[in-house]
Design a protein. Sequence first.
Length: 608
Amino acid sequence: MKILGIYWGMCSTSSLFVDGNIIHAVSEERFTRRKNEDRFPAESIKSCLLSAKIKPSSLNGVAIASMRQPFFDTLIHKYSSFSIQDYIREQKEYWYPKLIEKKEANLYAVFADRVDKAQYPTNYWDTALSRSGTGFDIDREGIVADFLGGVEIPVQRIEHHRSHAAYGYYMSPFRNDTALVFTIDGWGDGLNATINIFEPGKEVQRVFSTTTANIGRIYRYMTLLLGMKPNEHEYKIMGLAPYGKGSIVENAYRVFVETLYVDGLDFKWKQQPTDSYFWFRDRLEGCRFDGIAAGLQQWTEELLCQWVKNAVSHFGIGTVVLSGGVAMNVKAMGKIASLPEVKRFFVAGTGSDESLALGATFCLAEDLAGGKEKLTGGKENSCSLYLGSWNTSEEEQAFLRGVRNDPAYEVVDKTTFEFIAELLAAPPLGRGLVLGRCAGAMEFGQRALGNRSIIADPINPAVVPRINQMIKNRDFWMPFAPVVLDSYSEKYLINPKRITSPHMTVGFETTSEGWKAMPAACHPADHTARAQILYHQDNPALYGLLQAFAEKTGRGAILNTSFNLHGYPIVNTIADGWDVFTKSGLDGLLLADSLVLKKRTQASGFEV
Ligand SMILES: [Fe+2]
């Protein structure tokens, strides 16, 4: 069975499901180079079909994630174009009158200058606007069918949280076992959290849903309150939180605990805020920024842990999966993983809405199979997120032809793992270079997993400000993360349940040996690490490189951060990698077969 999955919204994405597994998935931003691209995912659809060399008519169906999608948000490209100031304007000119003054408010009127009727499908928006966007939800089915050449196959919308749950479960190691699957996010199809039981051979049961689990929404607007971009920079608040200590945290924490609490399986209000921004702004006035981040994070962790704990006890199922945007909070995921009630735990990479394009295909496959039987089977490595395109050797060589005669660069052909390990290893064992790796299939999702990554030796903390300032222009407080060889994970990470974390979804406490070996890839304030634990079958080429690095240095981990300039999507092609390489202080560009080094870098001043 072949199903195309589409999510058209914040970070539009397409995926291709073939016989039980996702074989290709990519977000539109990787082609348009606009972060969180929310336009119609035309290029990613083409990439999916090309990857399997199939025509739309060979598909059994198309799954469009989410029954509903906000029309005006799409029309004005809210998610790919809004600045922090735009989000504040939305609060002041739309939400404040609507929620606090209880007046009529019109988002279209506020952002009329942002309307883009030239986007695909260009002949649609005028008519849709004349009826204020009514019907857009359903119209998406026709728009997709037309794009695919008028296919006569089921083109079906799939409910938002059902897609989140299916993604979490079917892309976990538990897909043939019974599991309790939690979804929690900002909002989708009228809900913000669900609990589901997946059991082999049985229909999926949604055993709980709610509209009150407002953690994601509150976290989003606290991100804005702290001067960062909502829907995107929540991870920066999480990264800031460990710096908050003592009474500074207490004052802010008290504001949050006076709002939402967990009661059994549900969330209830002690005091319901009038809105998610101004209400908190008034009460948090005078609280220090790191205290707000820490208080918010502590409250988030406590609520999520209590919720999962109650549900595990209620249903008697200790195998737990989390999905949805709130599951991106790696620190909270680490706390849940540590709960004694939770026996086995998994969070699929990138639980936010782009993963709906993947989850929806599993749901449609269930429906087309009769809706009564859940999908079983699937390949052993069904969790892999190396689902994008890769550059062939021919493409690599063709690109390098233009570089070989440039006196500023040195091309090294047929590199070995040992050679790269020596370049990465900090002096005196090696040169301590920082390399951009653009090799193998591109990762799906927000986190680079080694194939589109900037890598370095994690032993030397001096590499952190160097990467931050010269390469990524990142925020000074944000930690990097390690890729840890499976054989070193017990030495470096406190992980008594041996939770698999191939996608950097869990924040682990580190051992003293781990902290000593990789201080540049841990959080400096609390020594935790959102590690990608690397298994050979997941990425043999990266594994070989880490093994050679471990043999050279005795350290079974490398520092990993996504290969992009700040505010831009992760690189896709070699040309994208080259663009970042030449605009930054990166020492080298590592491709599948070759390496390009700058003959002299500002950072290291070395000669090749
Ligand atoms: Fe969602």
